[in-house]
Design a protein around this ligand. Sequence first.
Ligand code: NAP
Length: 240
Amino acid sequence: MDVSGKTVLLTGGTNGIGRELAFQLKAKGAEVIVTGRNPDRVAAMREAGFEVLEANLSDASGVDALVTALTGRSIDVLINNAGQLVDHDFRAGSPDPDAADAAIYANLNAPIRLIVALMATLRARPEAAIVNVTSGLAIAPAARTPVYCATKTGLRFYTLALRAQLEGTNIHVIEALPPVVDTQMNEGNDMKKMSAEECARQIVVAIEKNKAEANIGLTKALRVVEGISPSLAKGITLKF
Ligand SMILES: NC(=O)c1ccc[n+]([C@@H]2O[C@H](COP(=O)([O-])OP(=O)(O)OC[C@H]3O[C@@H](n4cnc5c(N)ncnc54)[C@H](OP(=O)(O)O)[C@@H]3O)[C@@H](O)[C@H]2O)c1
C-alpha cells in the first residue's frame, strides 16, 4: 500500500513506537490521527502538527468516545498500537487484579472493539489495512508478565483468524511483532533493545509491502527457534 494520502488512525501515537510511527507515516504523506492520554505528550504531538484525539482505552466507554469523535471520518489504516505492560508476578507480591483488567482491556478488548466499529469505513475504502501490534512475547511467554503475554497471544490469534476472514477483500491484516524496544515500557530493563525508530521503520515497510507479519529483530530469531522446538523457545523467554 502506498501510504501517501491515506488517513491513518494510530492508537498510542504519543509515545514510544507509536510516536515514531506517526512521524514516519506523516513524512510519507499520510494524514495521521493519533490517540493518547498523557496531557504533556498530547500537547507535544499537537505542537508537532498532528491531530490528536485524547482517549483512555482501558474500558469500553473510552473506546466508544473515540469512535464517536471519529463519526463521519474515513479511515484507510487502523493501527492498534496502544498497549501497556502490567506487573503481575506472585514472586514479588500480590498482583493488582484491577491493573490486570485495565491492561487486558487496553491490549486486547480495545483493538477488537475498534476493529468492529471501524470495519464499515475500512471496507468502503479502495484499499485498507488493519495493523495489530502484538509482541515477540505472543510467540512464547515471559514468566514475570503473564497478563501482558496472554493479551498479546490473544491479539495474535484474533489477527490470524481475522486475516482468514478478510482474505480477498480490500483490507490487509498485518501483525507487527516487536522485540524488546527502547521505550518507556522498558525503562530500567537492561536487556538489549532495538530503537523505537527502527522498529517503526520495519512496521511501515510491512504496511507498504502488504506483508502479513512484521517479525522484527530478535522476534525473527525466536520464530525460527519456536518452529524447531516450541519448548526451547519457551525455555528462553520464561527466564524473563
Ligand atoms: N517496547 C517494547 O519492548 C515492546 C515490545 C513488544 C511489543 N510492544 C508493543 O508496542 C506497542 C507500543 O509500545 P511502546 O513500547 O511504544 O509503549 P510506550 O512507549 O509506553 O507507549 C505506549 C502508548 O500507548 C498509549 N497507551 C498505553 N496504554 C493506554 C491506554 N490504556 N489507553 C490509551 N492509550 C494508552 C500511551 O499513551 P500515554 O503515554 O498517553 O499513556 C502511549 O502513547 C504496545 O502495544 C506494546 O505492547 C512493545
